[in-house]
Design a protein around this ligand. Structure first.
Ligand SMILES: CC(C)(COP(=O)(O)OP(=O)(O)OC[C@H]1O[C@@H](n2cnc3c(N)ncnc32)[C@H](O)[C@@H]1OP(=O)(O)O)[C@@H](O)C(=O)NCCC(=O)NCCS
Length: 279
């Protein structure tokens, strides 16, 4: 296989490029659209096998701050042979000097870009003309509310602390659960011999110590959620709604029993003789 490379849009057959993206597959892009967007791109890269177009990519840049790599694709018959890597590397070399090179990957292609040095962006956001289609394709999700956002920031901070000390290998979900329970135990110690009343009146020093234990619990819980890719705030909201349904306020005024115990009590009232009781 002899592949020839160039970066000259004037040599491109736009109908061929359109057909190439359709089979890559990278979506339906008309010849006219492609001529426009490649024409407006600062850097382009094309690979040919004879007359056949087998790879392409482009980058839009502002000349200093950022270069945005997009439309990278390799013909299916030529994938897995290093062409994709070469296209991205070429565009990266051409983008040298920019403060950042950005892109968004097709879902499932993240590892391809990670091998070339790209990292996930924490705060990348987008508005798509067809928002619903972008959601369905997995490019975007609803922005998290402030609560989730601050938990994510907290987790990122703790993760950084862990990574700087090369402790990641200790942060398995199993270890994190155990650490969480340990910290919850330390929190309990502050209260275990206090009366109900005394537990409501902590002095400043005690309160500070309790706050530290609560912080440890929160840190391990958010770390665990991060490790398991669980949206903690969304899960907590869901649980609150579930509790609301499970314990209707009309039935559970002042009651701390579980719903099954509550039902048992009603049965006992209805069937006062123990030997006839079904439960
Ligand atoms: C994604 C794509 C461009 C990769 O091109 P390619 O020529 O097949 O990739 P390469 O052969 O250059 O692979 C480079 C490395 O990435 C790895 N890789 C390629 N695709 C990968 C994937 N989907 N997941 C993980 N790793 C991948 C290869 O194993 C190779 O690893 P190595 O360097 O350790 O050997 C190509 O599969 C493609 O065109 N897909 C359809 C269109 C598309 O989704 N484009 C991406 C838009 S974001």
């Amino acid at each position: 296989m002899t592949i020839s490379w160039h970066s000259d849009p004037s040599r491109v057959d736009w109908d061929q490029l359109s057909e190439f993206y359709r089979i890559a597959p990278l979506g339906d892009k008309s010849a006219h659209e492609l001529q426009l967007v490649f024409g407006n791109s600062r850097f382009t890269c094309f690979a040919h096998d004879g007359d056949r177009l087998v790879g392409a990519g482009r980058a839009v840049t502002d000349g200093l701050d950022f270069s945005y790599i997009c439309d990278v694709a390799v013909h299916p018959r030529f994938q897995g042979q290093g062409l994709g890597k070469r296209i991205v590397r070429t565009l990266m070399e051409q983008s040298e000097g920019h403060k950042k090179i950005i892109l968004y990957a097709n879902p499932g292609k993240e590892a391809f870009y990670a091998k070339l040095g790209f990292k996930m962006m924490n705060t990348a956001m987008a508005i798509f003309r067809d928002d619903a289609a972008a959601m369905r394709a997995g490019f975007v999700r609803e922005a998290p509310d402030h609560g989730t956002d601050s938990l994510r920031n907290l987790d990122a901070k703790h993760r950084r602390f862990v990574e700087e000390r090369n402790w990641q290998r200790h942060q398995s979900p199993k270890n994190l659960v155990m650490a969480l329970v340990g910290e919850a135990g330390e929190l309990t110690e502050h209260f275990q011999w206090l009366s109900q009343e005394a537990s409501k009146r902590l002095d400043a020093e005690k309160k500070q110590a309790v706050a530290k234990e609560m912080a440890d619990v929160l840190i391990y819980l958010t770390r665990l959620a991060g490790e398991l890719d669980i949206d903690l705030v969304a899960a907590a909201h869901e649980k609150c709604d579930e509790n609301d349904r499970k314990y209707p306020k009309e039935e559970f005024q002042g009651e701390y029993r579980r719903p099954d115990q509550y039902k048992r009590r009603i049965f006992r009232i209805l069937l006062p003789f123990e030997k006839f009781s079904l439960i």
